[in-house]
Design a protein around this ligand. Structure first.
Ligand code: NI
Length: 169
């Protein structure tokens, strides 16, 4: 397994929509293993393939928040089928959006469908922290970063700070 480089904003690849996984071959299994290694190395609560430079519809996350390497979860071609309620995801952050934390309003409960790494169909409901993680990672697969859920003012300030940083390099 290897730790992959994580793409960061404003990398245009992060805006690309991803392709559904059709064959779970050894290439896909290797991507999943490397994504898990990368997520735990970062460390992050979840990772989408697009962040590691692959345009496949794959996410990994840890099912037990706060406990490292306890419960690796893998979802292929995940989709949010239904949402309910509303919560504020406090201090949300993203490995691809360095140096920014912000509160994000999101549905409190989501019904998710997808496949595990063996191709078995999955359908389950999650709420709270895990619901936020799943929404965040599934957004990545649709080319959406969490800064699109914050106020236009905050987003502008962040974009400016990144531009300044890039100029300095
Ligand atoms: Ni992210």
């Amino acid at each position: 397994m290897s730790v992959l480089e994580i793409l960061t904003y404003p990398d245009k690849f992060l805006r690309e929509p991803t392709k559904p996984v059709e064959d779970i071959d050894s290439r896909i299994q290797k991507i999943i293993d490397d994504m898990a290694e990368t997520m735990y190395d970062a460390p992050g609560a979840g990772l989408a393939a697009i962040q590691a430079g692959y345009d496949n519809s794959i996410i990994v996350y840890d099912g037990l928040p706060g406990e490292v390497k306890q419960s690796l979860q893998v979802l292929l071609n995940p989709k949010i089928i239904e949402t309910e309620g509303e919560i504020i995801s406090e201090n949300e952050g993203c490995l691809s959006v360095p140096d920014l934390r912000a509160d994000v309003k999101r549905p409190a409960l989501v019904l998710v469908e997808g496949f595990d790494r063996e191709g078995k169909p999955l359908r389950f409901e999650v709420e709270g922290h895990l619901a936020v993680v799943l929404q965040h990672e599934i957004d990545h697969l649709n080319g959406i970063l969490f800064i699109e859920h914050i106020s236009a003012l905050k987003r502008e300030l962040y974009k400016r700070s990144i531009k300044k940083k890039l100029k300095r390099k």
